[in-house]
Design a protein around this ligand. Structure first.
Ligand code: NDP
Ligand code: PYC
Length: 335
């Protein structure tokens, strides 16, 4: 596959230009373009520039507000709410994070509930940002009911990612960010674009039979990772990032879209923990035990999550560009 090289500025300008020409206001265009640049420079293909198709399609369907100004609401408690008011989630989340950080430091634990947002993005940038502030963080979001529960035959759950971060002082934080489906939807779309069959065990066709055809998988249902275990975690995400914060489940979000191929519309929860408060006054805030565990993992030849991403980030920053498929670039230019 032919690849082209784009500098961070070129990635940002490409995204920003497409977004503003499509109807996104300046604040949203900047928030989305910065986010996509961050993802692309970490080689996160499934949630980098590729996601512009979803942003454009969502705007063309006319239900999103490209100029929505988020409303940040809190009382004197550890709960912060960011009402995205029908815009893409990123601006609302970024606007709510400073208060979340302040509340987590004040109370030890705090939660940010983002409501009424269109959501297309990866979750790791937000939890990594919190870990760089010395906090541990957990983020979850539903999506659309594309995923069959273990033992089921049709979509009921979302692809429902869970992201987690742990601060490590001057070392890059430990971060993982994983869909609870065997594959993220974005990954299946990339297989379809590349004309490649899926591995076994990832999807069901419209009759509920296993398939390796990405087209059939998009019409049918995806499988959870790890059978009943992924299914249970996915259910937890539905509840914590849906009803708990007064927002939609993936089933409700899918019904709300009425078949429009737009980004899912729902809520997101981010919980931040302050190790300095929760570790009961330990001078090292739990770092020594955590580092011993990481050393044991590395000592076995295993790697920590995020190491691939950090390596990609270092390489791309050093050489000053990220690579994207020529075909993706051509399709984006055609937008
Ligand atoms: P992957 O399966 O590619 O990776 C999941 C995690 O596991 C990553 O943190 C990864 O770290 C880590 N990992 C992978 N291989 C190893 C290994 N051998 N040892 C240790 N750790 C490893 O991610 P998914 O395809 O499940 O998800 C991709 C993205 O899709 C996520 O960012 C997610 O937020 C996004 N998504 C968004 C949705 C939404 O509704 N907004 C819905 C579903 C997914 P590393 O990156 O270093 O490889
Ligand atoms: O990759 O599953 C996914 C996804 C859904 C919404 C945004 N990304």
């Amino acid at each position: 596959m032919t690849q082209i090289r784009l500098t961070p500025d070129e990635i940002h300008d490409l995204a920003h230009g497409i977004l503003t020409r499509t109807g996104y206001g300046e604040a949203h265009a900047r928030a989305i373009a910065s986010f996509l640049t961050t993802c692309q420079m970490d080689d996160c293909g499934s949630h980098g520039l590729f996601r512009l198709f979803m942003c454009v399609e969502t705007m063309r369907r006319g239900t999103i507000d490209g100029t929505a100004e988020p409303d940040i609401v809190t009382d004197d408690s550890a709960v912060v709410r960011a009402d995205a008011r029908g815009g893409i989630s990123l601006l609302a989340t970024q606007s709510g994070l400073p208060l979340l950080i302040e509340r987590a430091r004040r109370f030890g634990v705090a939660a940010l509930a983002v409501n009424r947002c269109y959501h297309f993005s990866a979750l790791w940038p937000e939890v990594e940002q919190l870990a760089r502030e010395g906090l541990s963080a957990l983020s979850m979001v539903p999506s659309h009911a594309w995923v069959a529960p273990a033992g089921g035959t049709r979509g009921a759950l979302g692809t429902n990612p869970i992201a987690f971060a742990w601060p490590r002082g001057d070392t890059d934080p430990l971060v993982f960010d994983l869909a609870t489906s065997a594959f993220a939807r974005g990954e299946i779309e990339l297989y379809r674009r590349a004309g490649k069959p899926l591995p076994e065990g990832v999807a069901l066709d419209a009759d509920g039979k296993p398939t390796t055809d990405p087209e059939a998988a998009m019409r049918g249902a995806m499988c959870t990772f790890g059978g009943h275990k992924g299914s249970a975690l996915s259910l937890m995400v539905e509840l914590l990032a849906g009803p708990l914060i007064g927002d939609m489940t993936s089933l409700e979000s899918m019904a709300y879209a009425e078949g429009r191929p737009e980004a899912p519309y729902h809520g997101q929860i981010i919980v931040a923990f302050d190790p300095a408060r929760l570790s009961g006054g330990r001078a090292d805030a739990g770092q020594t035990s955590a580092e011993a565990l990481f050393a044991e993992i590395a000592g076995q030849g295993a790697r920590l999550p995020a190491e691939r991403r950090y390596a990609a980030r270092a390489r791309n920053r050093e050489r000053g560009y990220a690579e994207i498929a020529q075909s993706l670039y051509d399709d984006l230019k055609a937008l």
